[in-house]
Design a protein around this ligand. Structure first.
Ligand code: GLU
Length: 281
């Protein structure tokens, strides 16, 4: 069966060549050789839950950039900010399973816990609030103290048992969600995190193959655990290496990589950009 793929950018800046690669990868797989006629679909999802960083102007720009590049998508665009109820329902389900706990530590507290082990994305949460008594936690929440809701990975693992997922480039991978520690699933100001929304949405949208850069591979281990806890389907994955420039520096907005718009202003055409990303022009 041809896959249902998706491109899921966050409108926090302009798209660059790395984004073009992820989008073209998903689009090509859903469109190649009659795939569309037999059910292949390419979906577009705007991951805009962090309203402090996302801008409508970046969303408008990315839609335009994708169309300019020659990509089209099936069905309406899904905007995460319009679906908070879906994520809340999932969070409630996890709460009922007893695998969520409130955490009152600030980022500074966590960084200061020098004993905290490091994971692929920095210091792991040392578990300070995991053992707060329910009364204590409730009193602190009632006092208006800011908090995050974290996943108790050890408890969740005990419920789920061993898990694995498939990556088209790597093969079968045993899920090791503890490598990211007790991740945040919601905050008071943002009622759901990337991990929760992406897992719920990939299932809700019927995505069968997730194409994205391999800096998100550690996150997939958490997503596999969430799928098991929430009874969701597990898609296949195709994590591709992050695109780098000729110095080996990762192409990212933070590193000042040229955006697709910059390349376009430099005179590059869509076929040239597609070839630069490694696809047939
Ligand atoms: N929204 C994420 C980003 O722009 C990508 C999420 C994903 O592909 O799972 O980095």
């Amino acid at each position: 069966m041809p896959p249902v793929t998706r491109f899921a950018p966050s409108p926090t800046g302009y798209l660059h060549l790395g984004h073009a690669f992820s989008a073209l990868d998903g689009w090509t797989r859903a469109r190649q050789m009659g795939a569309r006629q037999s059910g292949g679909r390419f979906l577009l999802r705007i991951e805009d839950i962090d309203q402090t960083r996302c801008r409508p102007a970046f969303e408008a720009a990315l839609l335009e950039d994708l169309a300019w590049l020659g990509l089209d998508w099936d069905g309406p665009v899904r905007r995460q900010s319009e679906h908070f109820a879906d994520y809340e329902a999932a969070l409630l389900r996890l709460q009922k399973l007893g695998v969520i706990y409130p955490c009152f530590c600030s980022r500074k507290d966590i960084a200061a816990a020098s004993s905290a082990p490091h994971g692929p994305d920095g210091p792991l949460y040392p578990g300070t609030c995991r053992s707060l008594s329910p009364d204590d936690a409730a009193a602190r929440q009632a006092s208006g103290a800011p908090f995050a809701l974290r996943l108790d990975v050890a408890k969740a693992r005990a419920l789920s048992g061993p898990l694995a997922f498939h990556d088209e480039h790597i093969g079968t991978i045993d899920a090791l969600p503890e490598q990211l520690g007790d991740v945040v699933l919601a905050r008071r100001e943002t009622p759901c995190s990337y991990h929760l929304c992406v897992t719920v949405d990939d299932d809700l949208q019927g995505v069968t193959l997730v194409t994205r850069a391999d800096d998100l591979l550690p996150a997939t281990h958490i997503h596999r655990l969430l799928q098991a806890l929430l009874g969701l389907k597990t898609p296949s994955y195709a994590h591709h290496p992050i695109l780098t420039d000729s110095n080996g520096t990762r192409l990212a907005k933070r590193q000042g990589a040229k955006s697709l718009r910059d390349l376009r202003a430099d005179g590059l055409t869509p076929p040239e950009i597609r070839r630069l990303a490694g696809f047939p022009g």
